[in-house]
Structures are given as structure tokens and as C-alpha cells.
Design a protein around this ligand. Structure first.
Ligand code: C2E
Ligand code: CA
Ligand code: CA
Length: 525
């Protein structure tokens, strides 16, 4: 296998694995991000839900602020400790910061430090050491503008028990923090156990000044990636195997064709078929295009578009064309040919790189029945009009063959290319001809190509004429020549000679019509 082919097979093997790995990484990354988001949002919504319920209870009891601490007041405060399982005590304090009444009974405690912050009016949440319980607690205050208020003291340990647990396969840490940086809740792994560069995600509460941060070790995305790869890896291996199989087949197919073509030249498996060229203004067959055929012993007739590109790549096209030209010369040796008779020969772009083709034509056709002047050499728009190309064209012209631009309209070259080309014939590609009568835009393109060719003094050959409608359209616009299945399929020499001599052509007297006639109805046998 050559290095280009080996590279293709290697690419086929690696591409699915590389793409699948990239896909698995992306899935793992998204998966981790989603898990972190869900955990942080759940923690925020748990905190919001618990605190909101307590805050709502305090707002409901706003009217109690300043009330005397009688049994009824104590009872009402105590009811709140049942409403929320987090709440341990509820108390009323006066504008001076003295807690005078609690859910446990009357009290007399200075909690001015605990209320702190100087903020008065509305609900605020803070972490502090409860004066009544003496332990770190969550304190939710609802104070009036004068400083008196009602507050609830909640147990952070209970908060953690009642909230949704942190669901992570790999060790993660969760911290719920108040705006002042104090920790409301901490669960999962200790942050110090997460390694040097943990991945973290934070969500902010919209109701309270708090946020939840979830952290996992930096390696977590790798762990997910590995498990995703284990899941999809088999698909990647199968895909890679299938691609290697297809590529190897294609590569060996090309090698098989390339090697086989060399042998075909020796074994006389190549044939030439002649596709009649019709003068459609005078209904006469005035020549033919020589088209190569490969009658493969095992594969049957191999289409030229399968092996010609391979022959072009390997420059095998040079001996193939040489063989074809010898065959063409021999086929017409000793045959009486009218003066205007032409045989078209297709040349590949590589054949315009040096003058080998000039020498070949001279050696094969000079002084023969089919002289060089009776040839038309077809080049496609892939032919490079550089110095070397120009030199070959000029040398060819001195021997007399006509030059045609084949498949015009399918390449990307425009008017500038056409002006530099200096051809005698312009072949309108079959795709444009076959759209006549079906597509108004393409019809306009056909008309423009006809006008362009006239302006540049080039004769037009319309390719791929299949219906009488197309023929009449071209005829009316003064197109001189056409080829196509309407007249004939490419024919072996014996059949072509019969066809050529039975003038006029089978469609010579067709009346102008817009109806399309099926090919089979007018093709000669
Ligand atoms: P091309 O030069 O454009 O040749 C015309 C192709 O169109 C031929 O196919 C011909 O059979 C087909 N054709 C002609 N009339 C019609 C029609 O009315 N309808 C349809 N659908 N097709 C039509 P073929 O013989 O298979 O040749 C394919 C291509 O192979 C040729 O295209 C040419 O580029 C290349 N080729 C053939 N022989 C040679 C050769 O000796 N040398 C080089 N370099 N290329 C060749
Ligand atoms: Ca051609
Ligand atoms: Ca063509």
C-alpha cells in the first residue's frame, strides 16, 4: 500500500475513535455540569423553603411585637416551634434589645449583640450563638422600624438532616453560605479533601442573601469520561472497523483497477466505441467521439469514469490514449471518408504538460487515411492554460487537429478562461441540454453559451441530446452539431460504419415538436 493509501486507512481507523472520544468528553463535561447545577439549585431551594416558612410565620406574628408576655402570648410563640421542625425557640424583644418573652416562657436576656448589625425593619437571617440556647444557631429576625421585634432560633444540624442529601457518586462538598460569609450548612466531603483544583459551581438564592456552592475533585470529569467511553467505546470500535473495511476496499479497488489496467493494455481487453457526431442542420453524421471501453474478464464492461480518473492519476492515461489512437487509426485505415469527417479524442489535463501527445499524434496519424487534421482533441476546463499548456496547444495546432472544450459549464472557469483557451469547438455539457424544456433558468444558460461561442468564433457541439424537443430547440438556435442517445449509443466500429453510411440520420425528418420522444423509439438498433 502506498503512503497516501496507508494514511487513508489510518484516518478511517482513528477518526471514529477521536470523534467518539471528543463526544464522550463533551457528554461527561455536560453531565458533571448538570449534576453540579442540580445539587446547588436543590440546596438553595431547600434553604429558601425552610427559611421562607420561618419568615412567613414571623411575619404572621408581626402584630405580637410589643405584646405582654402572658400565657396566651407564650402559647402562640410555642405554636411556631411545632410549625417548623427546624425552630427551637421563638422570642419577642423590645427596642432596647431585651428578649422578654419566649416560646418557653417569660425571659429577661440582653440580645442586643445578637440582633446586631444596626439593621432595623424587615426579615434578616444570620448565624449566631443563641443567647437562650448557647449553641451556634440560625437566627431569623423580624424587627419593626423602632427596633423591637420577634425572632426564631433554628438548629443548623436539623437543617442538614431535613434537606435533600448531596447525591454524588464521587466525593463532593456542599456549602450553603450567608452573604456575610458565615456557613449555614456544610455537608459531604471536607473541602480540603478535594485536591488542589476542584471544580465548583455556585447558585445564588433569589429570596435571601445566601448562596450554595458544590465542589468536586478536578478528576471528576475524567471519571465520567472513562465510564462514558466504556459505554460507547464498542460502538466506536465497530464504526472504526467498518470504515477501515470500506476504505481498504476502495483503496484495493483502485489499486486493482490501476494494476488491472496495465494488464488490460497487454491483454487487449480495451475497446473503442464511436459516438456519432451529427450535423443537425443538414442531418448528416459527420464524425464520432472515440470513447474507451474496458471489457474486464471477470467484471464485464467497466465504465470509463471508473478507471479513467485512476489512469489520469498514475499517468497511465498516456499509454492508454496512445493505444486508443492506434486503434482509431487502424479502424479507419482503408475506409473512404468524406472531407469533413472528424474523430474526437479525449485528452486528460496531464497530457497538456509536455509534448509527448504531440509526438504520439504525429507518429500515429501522419500520412494515414485518418490524418491529424481530421482529429478534434477534447480538453476539459481542468486543463491548465499556463505556458506549458499553451506550448502543447500551439504545437498540436501546427499539425491541424481542431481543439474542443469539453463539458462546458460544469467547471468553475468563466469568460476569461474561454478567451484564453482559443478553441475551435465548445461542447455544451449534457446536463444543460437535458434541462431544455424543463427548466427556464437552464434554458437561458444554454442560450447564453450559444451566444458566447458565436462571439468567440467557436462552433458548438451539444452533448447528451436525448429528445426531439431538445434537438428542435438547438436546431432553431442554429447549433451546428449534436451528440446523444437520440441519434445513437456509442457503437463498435462495424456498427458505427453501418450507421454512418445510412444517411440521413433516423431523426432527420422529425417535425418540430415540443413533445419529448423516448430514446428507444428513435435509437438505431
Ligand atoms: P465525455 O467525454 O463527456 O463523453 C460523453 C459521455 O456521455 C460518454 O460516456 C457517452 O456515452 C455519454 N453520452 C453520450 N450521449 C449521451 C446521452 O444522450 N445521454 C447520456 N445520459 N449520456 C450520453 P462514457 O463513454 O461512459 O464516457 C464517460 C467519460 O469518460 C467521458 O465523458 C470522458 O470524459 C471519459 N472518457 C471516455 N473515453 C476516454 C478516453 O479515451 N480518454 C479520456 N481521457 N477520457 C475518456
Ligand atoms: Ca468528451
Ligand atoms: Ca463531455
Amino acid at each position: 500500500m502506498r503512503s497516501r493509501e496507508s494514511f487513508l486507512v489510518l484516518l478511517a481507523a482513528l477518526l471514529p475513535i477521536v470523534l467518539l472520544s471528543a463526544l464522550c468528553w463533551r457528554i461527561a463535561d455536560t453531565e458533571l455540569h448538570n449534576q453540579l447545577t442540580t445539587a446547588a439549585e436543590t440546596a438553595v431551594s431547600d434553604a429558601d423553603r425552610f427559611l421562607d416558612r420561618i419568615a412567613a410565620g414571623l411575619r404572621e406574628r408581626q402584630g405580637m411585637i410589643g405584646a405582654s408576655c402572658d400565657p396566651e402570648t407564650v402559647h402562640r410563640l410555642d405554636r411556631m416551634t411545632y410549625e417548623s421542625p427546624l425552630v427551637r425557640t421563638v422570642g419577642l424583644y423590645d427596642a432596647g434589645g431585651r428578649l422578654y418573652c419566649t416560646s418557653r416562657g417569660p425571659a429577661d436576656l440582653d440580645i442586643s449583640g445578637q440582633i446586631g448589625g444596626g439593621r432595623r425593619g424587615g426579615v434578616i437571617v444570620r448565624m449566631g450563638r443563641s443567647a437562650l440556647m448557647g449553641t451556634p444557631s440560625i437566627i431569623i429576625d423580624n424587627s419593626r422600624d423602632d427596633g423591637a421585634g420577634i425572632n426564631a432560633v433554628a438548629d443548623p444540624a436539623l437543617f442538614d438532616e431535613l434537606a435533600a442529601p448531596l447525591a454524588f457518586a464521587e466525593g463532593a462538598a456542599l456549602q450553603v453560605m450567608l452573604g456575610d460569609g458565615t456557613l449555614l450548612r456544610e455537608t459531604g466531603q471536607p473541602v480540603s479533601a478535594l485536591g488542589a483544583a476542584p471544580i465548583s459551581l455556585t447558585r445564588q438564592s433569589r429570596k435571601f442573601d445566601l448562596k450554595a456552592t458544590v465542589m468536586v475533585p478536578g478528576s471528576s470529569v475524567w471519571v465520567l469520561f472513562r465510564s462514558d467511553l466504556a459505554l460507547f467505546g464498542m460502538a466506536g470500535i465497530i464504526l472504526s472497523g467498518a470504515l477501515v473495511w470500506v476504505t481498504t476496499r476502495r483503496v484495493t479497488d483502485r489499486q486493482f483497477l490501476s494494476r488491472g489496467l496495465k494488464a488490460a493494455l497487454r491483454r487487449r481487453e480495451l475497446e473503442v466505441h464511436y459516438h456519432p457526431l451529427i450535423d443537425i442542420q443538414n442531418d448528416r453524421c459527420v464524425g464520432a467521439e472515440a470513447l474507451i471501453r474496458w471489457r474486464h474478464p471477470a467484471r464485464g464492461l467497466v465504465r470509463p469514469d471508473l478507471f479513467i480518473p485512476i489512469a489520469e492519476e498514475s499517468e497511465l492515461i498516456i499509454p492508454v490514449t496512445r493505444w486508443l489512437m492506434n486503434r482509431v487509426r487502424d479502424d479507419f485505415e482503408g475506409v473512404e471518408l468524406p472531407r469533413e469527417f472528424h474523430i474526437s479524442i479525449n485528452l486528460a489535463p496531464v497530457q497538456f504538460r509536455d509534448t509527448v501527445i504531440v509526438d504520439d499524434i504525429r507518429a500515429i496519424f501522419s500520412g494515414r487515411n485518418l490524418s491529424p487534421a481530421m482529429l478534434v482533441l477534447e480538453a476539459t476546463e481542468r486543463f491548465p492554460i499556463d505556458d506549458a499548456g499553451r506550448k502543447v496547444i500551439d504545437a498540436l495546432r501546427t499539425m491541424g487537429p481542431g481543439i474542443a472544450l469539453d463539458d462546458f459549464g460544469t467547471g468553475h472557469s468563466g469568460l476569461a478562461y474561454l478567451q484564453k483557451f482559443h478553441g475551435d469547438y465548445l461542447k455544451i455539457d449534457a446536463s444543460f441540454v437535458q434541462a431544455i424544456g424543463t427548466d427556464a433558468v437552464t434554458r437561458t444558460v444554454v442560450d447564453s453559451i450559444i451566444n458566447l461561442a458565436r462571439d468567440l468564433d467557436m462552433e458548438i457541439i451539444a452533448e447528451g441530446v436525448e429528445t426531439v424537443g431538445q434537438l428542435e430547440y438547438l436546431r432553431k438556435r442554429g447549433v451546428p452539431y449534436a451528440q446523444g442517445f437520440l441519434f445513437a449509443q456509442p457503437l463498435p466500429i462495424a456498427e458505427f460504419e453501418i450507421y454512418r453510411r445510412t444517411n440521413p440520420t433516423p431523426v432527420a425528418h422529425c417535425l418540430p415538436t415540443t413533445a419529448d420522444v423516448p430514446v428507444a423509439a428513435v435509437s438505431p438498433a
